[in-house]
Write a protein that binds this ligand. Structure first.
Ligand SMILES: CC(C)(COP(=O)(O)OP(=O)(O)OC[C@H]1O[C@@H](n2cnc3c(N)ncnc32)[C@H](O)[C@@H]1OP(=O)(O)O)[C@@H](O)C(=O)NCCC(=O)NCCS
Length: 266
């Protein structure tokens, strides 16, 4: 078990808490965690984690509380259906990676890594159905699509994701890149280095690529310390971009100059 502890990076959050460096004695060892690609049968676990782990305020904006909203379990089932094409459509390549706690064979975390070469059109968007022709792929009728998105506020859901897509296109153009959406560790397993393992899954591949492959994500304010620690640089409020190895921020979250990067702990 490594005794390494990351240098604290303070980030601004409105909720008053943020992730903290992983304590060495809490970190799970390499052999206690196995990473494996998800299979279609994992889609319900993925959808459930997205509902349970993304902040309630985020969900309340996207799917505003209303007496007509279906019960949570049905909402999760609909999201699972909406994510199913990411497993089936050969035009998109999403590596859903699960972290398994080896001693208990439990799924403890999930990362959605969108592989380099995908079109920049987020598969979570409702417009993805037409963009990727999923009515044909999934045998969905218009009524099915309507039902799958019941209660979802189109502007809050698609609008925000469309703006993120535009920003990503603006920064990266046609450059191939990894895109992370989402990174979720189940609460009792947080702060044990599992998030880092799932980040490293793609970071290691990206850094070995020639030329080095950029990685892009949109971060919750509370999790920015995680990504700053891993060398992602802020691109505005929520978007972050990582180009190459090195932890490139100091304890105030300031991006370090090239000369200082090589001295950072790897
Ligand atoms: C955010 C989340 C994914 C992090 O996963 P985790 O398994 O708890 O995180 P880890 O213990 O692996 O820590 C991640 C890394 O960030 C570092 N880190 C975290 N907060 C830090 C901070 N404030 N300053 C410096 N480093 C920090 C850790 O030290 C670790 O790096 P290391 O392995 O180099 O030491 C997890 O808490 C989670 O699922 N939260 C709820 C859902 C969510 O918000 N997801 C993110 C959406 S963008």
């Amino acid at each position: 078990m490594t005794a390494y502890k990351a240098e604290f990076i303070k980030v601004h959050t409105e909720v008053g808490w943020q992730t903290l460096p992983t304590e060495p004695d809490k970190r799970l060892s390499e052999s206690e965690v196995r990473l494996q690609l998800c299979v279609e049968e994992d889609v319900n676990t993925i959808a459930s984690a997205i509902y349970d782990l993304l902040p309630q305020a985020w969900w309340d904006r996207k799917q505003p509380p209303s007496p007509t909203l279906p019960p949570l379990e049905e909402r999760k089932a609909r999201l699972a259906q909406r994510l199913l094409p990411t497993f089936r459509d050969p035009k998109v390549h999403v590596d859903w990676v699960k972290a398994i706690h080896v001693p208990s064979s439990t799924i403890i975390g999930i990362a959605g890594w969108w592989a380099p070469g995908n079109p920049v059109h987020n598969c979570w968007r409702r417009t993805a159905v037409d963009y990727y022709d999923w009515k044909t792929l999934m045998n969905w009728t218009d009524a099915d699509v309507e039902d799958l998105w019941v209660g979802i506020d189109f502007e809050a859901w698609d609008g925000e994701m469309a703006r993120h897509d535009e920003a990503r296109k603006g920064f990266l153009g046609d450059e191939k890149h990894w895109y992370l959406a989402p990174l979720l560790i189940f609460p009792e397993w947080q702060g044990k280095g599992v998030g880092s393992r799932l980040l490293r899954w793609a970071i290691d591949q990206a850094d070995k690529a020639d030329p080095i492959m950029p990685l892009w994500l949109e971060s919750a304010p509370t999790a920015r310390g995680v990504y700053l620690n891993w060398g992602f640089e802020p691109v505005g409020e929520t978007r972050m971009l990582r180009r190459g190895p090195g932890r490139k921020v100091d304890s105030n979250g300031e991006v370090l100059k090239n000369a200082e990067r090589s001295e950072q702990k790897q």
